[in-house]
Write a protein that binds this ligand. Structure first.
Ligand code: ATP
Ligand code: MG
Length: 423
């Protein structure tokens, strides 16, 4: 499809575009410099170049090079090779990781080599190395295919990315239908970048959304879970949700979640706000929200012939199992969802004897946040949610008092018990 025969890049002075070395993460710069000193080509590429050109702070800095992952492995002591579908090197600097990928090319699907595709064109492995210009053409969107050479102080553009960036346009390199055929996840990426950057999607990207959404079912659930995390834990979850809500994508990714769900909207806003404030977020919380209605419906169904406690556990298990067909939810997150759900009942009923234990439960804080959200969504009594807010803010004597007030006539109960023991 894309066979750029000796394409030359438009080279632009990066300073004139307000992109300078000082804006680059020092570790990423170090990787580029060391690779160059060893005689390799090395440039910054992808989201970081795009974001720098937009005057935004990049989330991470990716390096592209003609060195193979093995070369990189040898050159950097603290590095390792990762990925099967897409082998790259990770170079570690303390807690920071720089991703280094070797130039790759887009090969005709029938062509042999280390690239595997299914009969309908889905790429399974993508490890055919190539040259810099070939690497540009195999990328998804023009604005994601810009390279920055921090030493030469140049931006390299093979695909008209600068123009699209300036026009705020998200455009596939090549034919949308073909690029989506190769990899339907690119539709999720298009919607994510639309949400993040506020760019317009180029014609054709959402034309066959129904078909593309259906083809997402062929994508490994682990990859879809990663994509889910990027979509909703990068600080623009509400925008992403608004975009996918009326589309078949919502149905495929979250088969149990309805549109116009107030709890979901509040949770997306809440997640974005937490990220903006630098507070921790977890995919577990969003999953607890997205699956809440389904969990509740299953409880009602199951209590017809099961005890309530058993029904709750089974309902949680079933709701998570259904979602796991699409997203490979790691164990620790489904455990988190389950804990938050099971704690709701304890928060709702406020049994005096359980309060202290509930307050010191490792998931109490998350469960409380979830309860607050439910009350904000009008799904639960604000009075009780407020009570939980208050008890966390009081000192220990006041806390005792609040708990005592909950217990119905505690003295009489105690006396009765004592009498029984004596007899
Ligand atoms: P973000 O700022 O959210 O990280 P990004 O553009 O860096 O955005 P990544 O997922 O980190 O996105 O991918 C890095 C780069 O790899 C992209 O900019 C793009 O050039 C290329 N890329 C990633 N996924 C694909 C894909 N499915 N098809 C083609 N190219 C891709
Ligand atoms: Mg990135």
């Amino acid at each position: 499809m894309l066979n750029p025969q000796s394409v030359t890049a438009t080279r632009l002075n990066s300073r004139r575009l307000n992109v300078t070395q000082e804006l680059v993460d020092p570790n990423a710069l170090d990787v580029v410099t060391k690779l160059k000193n060893a005689g390799f080509q090395a440039l910054l590429v992808g989201g970081c170049v795009r974001d720098l050109l937009l005057g935004a702070a990049p989330k991470d800095f990716d390096v592209a090079t003609d060195a193979t992952p093995e070369d990189v492995r040898r050159l950097f002591r603290r590095s390792r090779m990762v990925g099967r579908r897409f082998r790259i090197a990770h170079v570690r600097y303390g807690r920071d990781i720089i991703e280094v990928s070797t130039f790759r090319k887009s090969v005709d699907l029938e062509e042999a080599g280390d690239r595997k595709a299914t009969p309908d064109g889905l790429i399974l492995r993508d490890n055919v190395y190539g040259t810099l210009d070939e690497d540009a053409f195999r990328r998804d969107f023009t604005v994601n295919a810009l390279y920055y050479d921090p030493h030469e102080e140049e931006i390299l553009d093979f695909v008209g990315g600068i123009e699209d960036l300036q026009a705020h346009r998200l455009r596939f390199i090549g034919e949308p239908r073909a690029r989506l055929q190769e990899d339907p996840v690119r539709l999720l990426r298009a919607m994510r970048f639309q949400a993040k950057l506020g760019f317009d999607l180029d014609a054709g990207i959402t034309d066959d959304a129904e078909l593309t959404a259906a083809r997402l079912m062929d994508i490994p659930s682990a990859r879809l879970f990663d994509e889910f995390s990027k979509m909703f834990l990068s600080g623009y979850a509400m925008n992403v949700w608004k975009i996918i809500e009326p589309t078949p994508i919502r149905n495929v990714l979250f088969p149990a979640t309805s549109a116009d769900n107030r709890l979901v909207h509040l949770a997306m806003q809440n997640t974005d706000q937490r990220i903006a404030e630098g507070r921790p977020v977890t995919p577990g919380f969003l999953l607890a929200v997205l699956l809440w209605d389904d969990y509740q419906a299953r409880i009602s169904e199951l209590t017809r012939n099961k005890k309530i406690n058993e029904a709750r556990l089974l309902a949680a298990h079933e709701a998570l199992a259904k979602q796991r067909h699409v997203l490979a939810i790691p164990r620790r997150f489904s455990q988190f969802v389950n804990d938050v759900w099971q704690l709701q009942e304890r928060l709702e009923t406020r049994r005096a004897r359980q309060i202290q234990r509930t307050l010191s439960h490792p998931r109490f804080r998350a469960a409380y946040d979830f309860l607050l959200l439910r009350s904000q969504a009008g799904l639960f009594e604000t009075r009780i949610a407020d009570w939980w807010t208050e008890i966390q803010e009081t000192d220990s004597t006041q806390r005792e008092q609040m708990i005592t007030e909950l217990a119905p006539e505690p003295r009489r109960k105690r006396r009765r018990r004592r009498q029984r023991r004596q007899s």
